[in-house]
Design a protein around this ligand. Structure first.
Ligand code: HEC
Length: 156
C-alpha cells in the first residue's frame, strides 16, 4: 500500500509539473501577444523623442506659419508681404551650415530679442504672441522646440 501511494504521488507530481510547464509556455505566449498588440498600437513616434516633437511642431506650423511660408505642396496665401517669407526648407543651405542653427532660429521665431537689434519685421513676434496667449516661459520654450524640431526635419 505505501508503495502504491508513493507511485500515485509520483504520478501526480509528474502531472502537476506537466501542467505547470504548459502554463508557463502559455503565459509566455500571452505576454508575447500583448507586447505585439502594444507595438502595433504604438506605431506613432514615442513621446519625448524628436519625432514626436516634430509632429507637434508640424501641426502648429500648419496653423500659424503656413499662410506666409507655405508647407509641403501648399503655397502661401499671404501674397501682400513686402518681403517674401523665407523658404524654411533651406535654412541650413542658405547659411551653408553643417548643423542646424538652433539658437539663432529660436531667437528669430521668438523675435523679442531679435526685433531689438534688427528693428521691425513682417513676421509676427511669436514670443510676444505666445506670451499674450498666457503661455509661460517653459511653454514658450517648448513650443519653439517643437517648431524647430519640425523645421530640422524638412531641411533640404
Ligand atoms: C505674416 C507672415 C508670416 C508668418 C505668419 C510667419 N512668418 Fe516666418 N517669416 C516671414 C517673413 C516675411 C520672413 C523673412 C524675414 C522677415 O523679414 O521677417 C520670415 C522668416 C522666418 C524665419 C527665418 C528664416 C531664415 O532662414 O532666416 C523663420 C525660422 C521663420 N520665419 C519661422 C516661422 C514660424 C515657425 C512661423 C509660425 C510660428 C512663421 N515663421 C510664421 C513671415 C511670416
Amino acid at each position: 500500500m505505501p508503495v502504491l501511494s508513493n507511485r500515485i504521488n509520483q504520478n501526480t507530481m509528474r502531472n502537476h509539473k506537466n501542467v505547470m510547464n504548459k502554463l508557463k509556455v502559455f503565459s509566455m505566449a500571452l505576454v508575447g501577444v500583448v507586447l505585439l498588440i502594444q507595438w502595433g498600437c504604438n506605431q506613432g513616434p514615442r513621446e519625448g523623442t524628436r519625432e514626436a516633437q516634430a509632429m507637434r511642431g508640424k501641426a502648429i506650423f500648419g496653423e500659424q506659419c503656413i499662410s506666409c511660408h507655405g508647407m509641403d505642396q501648399i503655397a502661401p496665401t499671404r501674397t501682400d508681404l513686402e518681403k517674401k517669407a523665407a523658404d524654411l526648407t533651406r535654412i541650413m543651405e542658405r547659411r551653408r551650415a553643417k548643423d542646424f542653427p538652433i539658437v539663432e532660429i529660436a531667437q528669430i521665431i521668438d523675435g523679442r530679442q531679435w526685433v531689438k537689434s534688427h528693428g521691425d519685421r513682417e513676421m509676427p513676434v511669436w514670443g510676444e504672441v505666445y506670451d499674450s496667449l498666457g503661455m509661460d516661459k517653459d511653454e514658450i520654450r517648448g513650443r519653439k522646440g517643437e517648431l524647430i524640431a519640425y523645421l530640422m526635419s524638412i531641411q533640404k
